[in-house]
Design a protein around this ligand. Structure first.
Ligand code: FAD
Length: 647
């Protein structure tokens, strides 16, 4: 065995976004020696890009808001596929997490009477998003980092070392979760700058690695969202659920091509922006689905009246949940009523004075001016759907965030599944990160403290992880041991582009059976070729090598998405089937569960030409009665199965 540096910690948190930092703070405060490891620079997580705000029913902007209303909105948004207990905990605990952030130094925008201001967002009955202009994620991360520094200063004072109980390993990537029997024993990692391998030994590992967007061509996600945590969980033996549900945010930039997919925050619509087609028509009034008819305005006058007087007007349909708006835009463009660059128009310029636009949406103003030479105070934006968020993820226990079947493994934030059902409401991610990040850190700490014996790290697994990570440097031979023909090394960038194109075209916003069969075929071919993904040069800061390693994860996760999407023969939330366009109540309580057939040894032993994912159906636990009683019977009849209704 080559020498690999090993360090012992109590809890290892993989990811330094909102979920990871909140988990690390909690684990450290529970007395555990905690390591945080992140692929990019500390501070550059996805969370920092969040714009619109954090959803929490503080009732500052409308006193009728409370956790029950937030719970109802979240379940409706997810079309009742959400794990009800997660939705309940989230709605109950989100206000405390926001207030806590304020006590740690977050400076939210204020109402006229000095309370935390809350703004409207799609699917939320009341203005509910605490925000800092359109740079909320930046303030969230800044505050959590400040808290981490404060804890490190405490350790310096008490123990003489800043990183005695809380250390950040930035620009380092985890490629395997290590195990002792069934239990977690640590993580195998490499440092991006030097290419050096190391092992973080720990009885508890919290996955907080964010999303999977980089498997799709048009996406709001940045380079590191390659589904690593999803794949790490799968390979460690933990199942994923709900992977067919991928959120296409309705409003990404469509022009110029170099910035296609970059997000245009929902706050633009929350603050009064409207969508128009090439005929100038506010088309969303034509796309209000039956389940939402009672809650949304039928005329422009009524919708506009809602901004000033929400008690006496219904909300405009531009504020329907994201899946509905994305499908409507898609349909308008398909019908030939799109903008010149294949989107539709989003206009604030005729709705608000320029001074209000630049104050409330400073980043959007800057983004369009710099990237597209469009002044949003004077002209409309061109926007279209972009892959934004994955609802599916690691199956977890709602209260403890423990992953199913692998003691010591926890997951929180975007990498965890269940909370958002088939579609996430805007603003519900930042609150999810804080609520479940805290829970994951707490329970990981409790778990680590409860063990009589630390699990041992298996040197054979370290050797295997090292060999797997080094394979791209000897790619020409890589086919042979898998029983496949050897061929020339494959360029990882070409493979990535082909994967993104396939996922975009065949498993994108609108899906049909024949295309998903085609997608699975292409994924199988790409898996075979990815075995030969090769790079030249050395291990010092070699992005081609890093991408070769990420490909394993993207291919695994993409197969989960395609298989689950093929299996679910209905349309619900972020999963739209052209060949099964209606929501089917019979599917309301079915989760699709993805597992790999050969977890630890999978990468080399399984035949890449065959599917690597085993799919099964699992019934969701019945929704607790008092929570069901928060809804009208008529509404429940639209969602629940016959059996559930008769119960
Ligand atoms: P992230 O913040 O994505 O962090 C993941 C971390 O994991 C990173 O540190 C990364 O480097 C690390 N990592 C990944 N893989 C590895 C690995 N193998 N080894 C080591 N480290 C790894 N949500 C809202 O609620 N409100 C909003 O207003 C909002 N606006 C958004 C705007 C944009 C442009 C985008 C893209 C998203 C927005 N979202 C919003 C969604 C929200 O920001 C994300 O869902 C959320 O930040 C995810 O947080 P996380 O902690 O789960 O992971």
């Amino acid at each position: 065995m080559a020498h690999v540096d090993r360090q012992a910690w109590d809890v290892v948190v993989v990811g330094a976004g909102g979920a990871g930092l909140r988990a690390a703070i909690e684990a450290r405060e529970a007395g555990m020696r905690t390591a945080v490891i992140c692929k990019s620079l500390f501070g550059k997580a996805h969370t920092v890009m969040a714009e619109g705000g954090i959803a929490a029913s503080m009732g500052n902007a409308n006193e009728h808001d409370n956790w029950q209303v937030h719970f109802r909105d979240t379940m409706r948004g997810g079309k009742f596929l959400n794990h009800w207990r997660m939705a309940e905990l989230h709605a109950r605990e989100a206000p405390d997490r926001v207030w806590e952030l304020e006590t740690w130094g977050a400076l939210f925008d204020r109402t006229a009477d000095g309370r935390i201001s809350q703004r409207n967002f799609g699917g939320h009955e009341y203005p509910r998003l605490a925000h800092v202009g359109d740079r909320t994620g930046l303030e969230l991360i800044r505050t959590l980092q400040q808290k981490i520094v404060a804890l490190q200063q405490e350790d310096e004072g008490e123990l003489g070392a800043y990183d005695a109980r809380l250390k950040v390993f930035q620009e380092c990537t985890v490629t395997r979760v290590l195990k002792d029997g069934d239990r977690v024993s640590g993580a195998f990692c490499y440092e991006r700058e030097s290419g050096r391998f190391f092992v973080l030994e720990a009885p508890a590992v919290v996955l907080a690695t964010g999303g999977i967007g980089k498997s799709f061509k048009v996406t709001s996600n940045s380079w590191e969202y390659t589904g690593d945590g999803h794949a790490l969980a799968l390979l460690a033996g933990a199942p994923l659920i709900n992977m067919e549900f991928v959120q296409f945010h309705p409003t990404g930039m469509v022009w110029p091509p170099s910035v296609k997919g970059i997000l245009v925050t929902e706050s633009v619509r929350g603050d009064g922006g409207v969508l128009r087609n090439s005929d100038g028509k506010r088309f969303m009034f034509d796309y209000i689905p039956d389940v939402f008819k009672e809650k949304y305005a039928e005329t422009e006058e009524e919708g506009d009246g809602w901004y000033e007087d929400p008690e006496r007007h219904r909300r405009p349909p531009e504020l329907l949940p994201r899946d509905e708006v994305a499908r409507a835009i898609n349909a308008e463009v398909k019908a030939g009523r799109g903008s010149p660059h294949g989107g539709v128009y989003l206009d604030v310029s005729t709705r608000m004075p320029a001074e209000v636009i630049t104050r409330r949406l400073p980043s959007m103003h800057h983004q369009f001016k710099e990237l597209a030479d469009v002044d949003i105070t004077a002209e409309p934006m061109e926007v279209g759907p972009t892959c934004h968020y994955v609802m599916g993820g690691v199956e977890v226990d709602p209260d403890t965030a423990a992953a199913t079947g692998v003691p010591g493994l926890f997951a929180a934030g975007e990498v965890a599944g269940g909370m958002h059902g088939s579609n996430r409401l805007g603003g519900n991610s930042l609150s999810d990160l804080l609520v479940f990040g805290r829970r994951a850190g707490l329970h990981a700490a409790e778990y680590a403290a409860s063990l009589d014996r630390r699990p041992a790290v298996d040197p054979v697994q370290i050797d295997a992880a090292e060999a797997e990570a080094l394979r791209p440097f000897s790619a020409e031979d890589a086919g042979q041991d898998a029983g496949h023909e050897t061929g020339p090394a494959e360029n990882p960038y070409t493979l990535h582009q082909e994967l993104q194109q396939a996922m975009n075209d065949l498993v994108g916003i609108i899906r049909k059976e024949s295309e998903m069969f085609e997608a699975l075929k292409r994924l199988a071919e790409l898996r075979v070729r990815a075995r030969r993904a090769g790079v030249e040069g050395h291990r010092q800061y070699n992005p081609g090598w890093h991408l070769s390693l990420d490909l394993r994860n993207m291919l695994l996760v993409s197969e989960c998405v395609a298989r689950a999407a093929l299996e679910r023969e209905e349309s619900r939330g972020g999963h739209t089937r052209d060949d099964h366009p209606a929501m089917d109540r019979g599917w309301r309580n079915i989760n699709l569960v993805c597992e790999v057939a050969h977890p630890q040894g999978e990468a080399r032993t399984a035949d890449p030409a065959l599917g690597q994912i085993r799919l099964s159906r699992r019934e969701t636990p019945p929704i607790r009665r008092d929570l069901l009683e928060l809804f009208e019977k008529d509404e429940l009849a639209k969602y629940l199965t016959d059996e559930e209704l008769s119960r």
